[in-house]
Design a protein around this ligand. Structure first.
Ligand code: MN
Length: 246
């Protein structure tokens, strides 16, 4: 199995190194990751300038590794162009990607881009606070998750979130809640106004969702699809008369 590893935290992230090491137990691994952090850049692609890659400035213990002056989605496009790829693993992100985060996550975008190119995509994230996540402690659980997902032919795009010392695994759906979208004004040292934006959920997580599973101490695995169509609404619209200009 040819495995391409990317992330959105950038080539220096310890989460990327951890994932590359675990993945090498499953097949041939190559790392192609952004040269600088691209968190929350979503599925952006670079179309207005050319991309290039260089050997990674980090030792990946014998694993081929490259940095790209682009986004996670760019890295997947370039990585799959450079060598045959059967699966893309994106992460391990330092920070959970649950609920609304799926809309702006660069980690998940790496996996989505893979699926757009006809390759399986798995995004992996873990909580990160002031101290670095215990990647050594996570290894066994990441391996268990990959054991399950790499052989599963039914799911193609999966968002995985792994809390520390998880109790087990739960298959979940995406939590969709209202967010506060707060804007915190401040002043920079030159007296200019600046703003921090925050996204904090306003309501508790619904049972069966990704947020709920991680709150309960479980690994959350959410199977996703690229088709955003609201089938229910479309069905409703289709029973009406087609729109005609008179
Ligand atoms: Mn990130």
């Amino acid at each position: 199995m040819n495995i391409l590893i990317t992330n959105d935290d950038g080539i220096y992230s310890p989460g990327l190194l951890c994932l590359a090491n675990i993945a090498s137990r499953f097949g041939n691994v190559r790392v192609v990751a952004p040269d600088v952090e691209q968190s929350s850049m979503g599925h952006a692609i670079t179309g207005s300038r050319p991309l290039s890659y260089k050997k990674a400035p980090v030792n990946f213990g014998g694993i081929d590794a490259y940095k790209v002056n682009g986004t996670p989605a760019d890295c997947v496009s370039l990585g799959t162009h450079l060598s045959k790829t059967d699966v893309v693993l994106s992460g391990i992100n330092m920070g959970l990607n649950l609920g609304n985060s799926m809309w702006h996550s660069g980690t998940l975008a790496g996996a989505k881009q893979a699926v757009l190119l006809g390759v399986k995509g798995i995004a992996l994230s873990t909580p990160a606070g002031d101290i670095e996540p215990d990647f050594k402690g996570l290894e066994a659980y990441v391996e268990k998750a990959l054991n399950l997902l790499l052989v599963n032919k039914d799911v193609n795009l999966i968002n995985v979130n792994i809390p520390a010392n998880p109790k087990g695994i739960k298959w979940t759906r995406q939590s969709v809640r209202q967010y506060d979208g707060r804007v915190m004004p401040g002043t920079d040292p030159r007296g200019r106004k600046h703003y921090w934006i925050t996204v904090v959920p306003l309501e508790a997580a619904e049972e069966g969702t990704d947020r709920w599973a991680v709150d309960e101490g479980y690994i959350s695995m959410t199977p996703l699809r690229l088709d955003l169509t609201d089938e229910k609404e479309l069905t409703k619209a289709l029973v009406k008369e087609p729109v005609k200009w008179t």
